[in-house]
Ligand binder design. Structure first.
Ligand code: GLU
Length: 524
């Protein structure tokens, strides 16, 4: 039977990275085994489900590249794929269970149930439905319903039984029915309970493998009892361990970013997040077969690390993914490792894609102020790759470009150490010679032009090495440290000549910078 797996988020908030990992493991399995990946929206919690959350979850999944074959928006033969559109299906199936005696109407009021629960707790018993309506005759139930009394539908749980299943990650799991009170399948307003709707959907959508978080493990026996009541063969189950923070508590807000959207906003690339999430609680068995992928080669050549075997594009991960290799112990989310993975993907990115990925961050910091024109795009394509090579995340790129856009020689002189260095006669002489040289030189559009200008300053002043280049750096960038001058100087001068309609924030050229700096320091 062809494999069919599903991711079934409840649209009640953001997509947590733990859930994103669940989605990813389903996707990896489907893509690696030629299966079908289904996206179902479990929105029966009407108070907490929102359309906005659903839209965000879909956007995050798409951003991660986790495309689905069937499901909301994609359609498919076994829809609808949103639970709120399947209420008739749930009700009709529940009536079948009533007819076969596996379920019954229950008229107990919320107050009566609450009183029952309290009494059990006081008596030191685990709270469970006492079975008040279990013995109502079908005729009595029909009469009360016809008289307009509200009723839920409950499953009749067989007494004195063990429910066992073989979890593909955790091995055999057994629960005793003594701990399971007859669960509500459908509420009086027609809304199905999760443990019931999920079974109907997984059955009707022909799901072969249910892969989900281990927080659902105690739900599984209840669901198995529903399969049994219908006489259906259940799918296989795999419960994934939770993702923990460094303190071994479940990853939550107090550990920092937890949602896919937050990691995206922090400047992680989708392929890096995907690759990293796959490695939480799973590791690819090392090269059991030779992988043919130009992308992989670029990625692996961009690294000098031994752990390079772990850097695999999504489809390669899918080919290697086996549920039996998934660990049942909890995985710890490691920010440093995610940053390491992201760095490698940033280095391997082609320059057009890098520009596209960096643009939102450049706009956010107002370094790009409008749609970039062709010359600005060419500029970004040249300037960004060396910058990206030295950052962990896209959001750090604007800071690396700071010296191009911001030139504040006054601020430099406010730094006492720097001011002292620059007031030195030889430093002032270098700045003056630089200003003179650049006054007549064309813009320094490439490395060679910068080298030629520096050589002229050297000839004019007799300075060399640090005594030459340090004052040049300070004069042109306003800072003691920064990217290589060979890179930053052409970046500054190329940007300085771009017309404002190209969409870049204005950049002051090297000639103007040297002149301003000389004026500040006074002539030597
Ligand atoms: N809607 C459930 C959740 O978001 C999914 C449960 C399942 O996969 O069976 O936790």
């Amino acid at each position: 039977m062809a494999m069919r797996v599903r991711f079934a988020p409840s649209p009640t908030g953001h997509l947590h990275v733990g859930n994103a990992r669940t989605a990813l493991f389903n996707w990896l399995l489907a893509r690696g085994q030629g299966g079908t990946f289904i996206l179902r929206i479990e929105d029966t919690d009407l108070e907490r489900s929102t359309k906005a959350s659903e839209a965000k979850i879909l956007e995050d999944l798409r951003w991660m590249g986790l495309d689905w074959d069937e499901g909301v928006e994609a359609g498919g033969p076994m829809g609808p794929y949103r639970q709120s559109e399947r209420l008739d299906i749930y009700r009709a199936h529940a009536e079948r269970l009533i007819a076969s005696g596996h379920a019954y109407y229950c008229f107990c009021s919320a107050e009566a149930l609450e009183a029952e629960r309290k009494a059990q707790l006081i008596a030191g018993l685990p709270p469970k439905y006492a079975g008040t309506c279990l013995s109502l005759s079908p005729e009595a139930a029909t009469r009360r319903r016809q008289a307009g009394e509200a009723a839920v539908i409950r499953l009749r749980v067989p007494a004195g039984r063990e429910v066992t299943f073989h979890d593909l990650v955790r091995g055999p799991v057994t629960f005793h029915t003594a701990v399971i009170g007859d669960p509500v399948l459908v509420r009086s307003d027609g809304i199905p309970a999760y443990n019931y709707a999920v079974v109907i959907d997984d059955q009707l959508m022909a799901i072969t493998h249910v892969i989900r978080g281990e927080d659902h493990i105690s739900n599984t026996p209840r669901q198995l009892l529903v399969y049994e009541a219908f006489g259906w063969t259940p799918p296989r189950f795999a419960h994934l361990s939770l993702v923990l923070g460094p303190d071994h508590a479940p990853l939550s807000k107090r550990h920092g970013a937890t949602s896919v959207a937050e990691f995206r906003a922090k400047g992680y690339l989708p392929e890096a997040l995907v690759n990293y999430l796959a490695l939480i609680g799973w590791s690819p068995r090392s090269s059991r077969f030779k992988v043919q992928s130009p992308k992989l080669e670029t990625l692996q050549t961009a690294t000098g690390d031994a752990a390079v075997d772990e850097l695999l594009p999504a489809l390669e991960l899918a080919q290697r993914f086996r549920l039996e290799d998934v660990s049942h112990s909890a995985g710890v989310f490691d920010d440093a490792k995610l940053a390491w993975v992201n760095r490698h993907y940033l280095k391997a990115l082609d320059s057009e894609r890098l520009v596209a990925e960096a643009l939102p961050f450049l706009r956010e910091t107002s370094l790009v102020t409008g749609p970039p024109g062709p010359a600005a795009l060419t500029w970004l394509t040249t300037v960004l790759p060396p910058m990206a090579a030295s950052v962990d995340r896209l959001s750090q790129i604007p800071e690396r470009l700071r010296d191009v856009f911001r030139f504040e020689p006054g601020a430099m002189l406010a730094d006492e150490a720097l001011a002292t260095e620059m007031s030195d006669a030889s430093a002032r002489a270098v700045v003056a010679a630089l200003a003179d040289t650049l006054a007549t030189a064309p813009r320094l559009l490439d490395r060679a032009a910068f080298r030629a200008a520096a050589a002229e300053v050297k000839d004019r002043t007799g300075q060399k090495g640090k005594a030459l280049f340090h004052p040049i750096r300070v004069a042109l960038t306003g800072a003691a440290q920064g990217p290589e001058l060979d890179v930053i100087v052409p970046a500054i001068d190329t940007a300085a000549d771009l017309p404002s309609r190209e969409g870049l924030a204005p950049v002051q050229g090297c000639r103007e910078r040297a002149r301003a700096c000389r004026a500040l320091l006074g002539h030597s």
